[in-house]
Design a protein around this ligand. Structure first.
Ligand code: 8YV
Length: 328
């Protein structure tokens, strides 16, 4: 009998998914709540046929060089900027991700951040817990309206569209979007959204939400210049990737009084956080949890597992990113 293929899971994951994987593979996994060091990750990866990665596990030329036996990396994330896809394809390593299963959950959270930031929810709770509440005041922790205002969405893929629907149908918002390509009219109608140039989106929107994939070209696409183009008092929400925003410029724009607030679920260099972000009021900061409901994370985990199982059983994948690898 052939030995089972070996896979490595570097971060904690659902016990039931690990159990399922164990019936197909020899599984090495790290269930400790402590990130493995890069050297350890490389050493483990060099011994296996497949990896179940997350968006924080970088698969690049350095790793591929020491992992000649690696055949597949199944990312438990829809975003895959942690993959050097070209290098993986050259090395014949299949890459897969987990689209669709997290769309609505992530859109819910984008909306939660928009609401929390506009209505100063976190700051209000801190105020109350700190026992600073003395009496009713007409302007106590006064925020900005969400309903009936204008939302600008940058990146109009599945998640952007799900946010647009919430905004236009549920909150009677005017929705502008900017995307590389304009969506078909029928999709725009479904979402109640209109394509505009980035400059117009920034100038017209009361709230700007980032929902686009990270790429080198999009690095710091929101910097001092773009922040200055936003409406005074506007809000910026990021559920995409930290590297899209220049965090120093963001804090400056808030400190100067130009921005009304911001909400971030993703950070450049996470889980380390720029200390200047932590000192700001009128902000909401969460630890990359937009897709984190148990139902959705289980779907993501199972889809990543299905990709691994299907690949080793049938040389097929459910959601491949570089399917050309399967043709060799
Ligand atoms: C993940 C995400 O939780 O899917 C994505 O792209 O950002 C999140 O849903 C994270 O990347 C861990 O894999």
């Amino acid at each position: 009998m052939n030995a089972k293929p070996k896979i490595y899971i570097p971060r904690p994951n659902f016990p039931q998914v690990i159990e399922r994987l164990q019936s197909h593979f020899e599984v090495v996994h790290n269930q400790a709540d402590q990130e493995v060091l890069r050297e350890q990750f490389l050493a483990q990866a060099s011994l296996v046929d497949g990896l179940l990665t997350t968006g924080s596990d970088v698969i690049n030329g350095e790793l591929l060089k020491v992992c000649p036996g690696l055949k597949i990396c199944a990312n438990m994330a829809v975003g895959f900027n942690n993959f050097d896809l070209d290098a993986m394809t050259r090395a014949g390593v299949l890459a897969t991700n987990t689209p669709d299963v997290l769309t609505e959950t992530t859109a819910d959270f984008g909306f939660a951040l928009l609401m929390a930031c506009s209505r100063r929810l976190v700051e209000s709770e801190h105020f109350l817990r700190d026992q600073q509440w003395k009496q009713w005041r007409f302007d106590l922790l006064a925020g900005q309206d969400v309903h009936g205002t204008t939302l600008g969405i940058i990146g109009m893929g599945r998640i952007g569209q799900a946010i647009a629907k919430r905004a236009s149908k549920g909150f009677d918002m005017k929705v502008l979007y900017h995307n590389r390509s304009q969506l078909p009219a029928s999709t725009e109608n479904d979402c109640g959204a209109r394509w505009v140039e980035l400059a117009e989106l920034l100038a017209q929107s009361d709230h700007v939400m980032l929902a686009l994939p990270y790429s080198r070209e999009a690095h710091h696409m929101i910097g001092a210049r773009e922040l200055a183009m936003m409406k005074p008092g506007g809000h910026l929400i990021n559920i995409a990737r930290g590297g899209l925003i220049d965090e120093e410029a963001l804090v400056d724009a808030l400190a100067s009084g130009h921005l009304g607030g911001f909400a971030l679920d993703v950070f450049e260099g996470e889980p380390k956080i720029n200390p200047r972000l932590l000192t700001q009021k009128k902000v909401v900061l969460t630890p990359h949890i937009a897709s984190s409901t148990l139902q959705t994370r289980l779907k993501m985990s199972n889809l990543a597992a299905d990709n691994l199982i299907s690949f080793f059983a049938h040389r097929k994948a459910i959601t491949p990113l570089n399917p050309q690898v399967l043709e060799f």
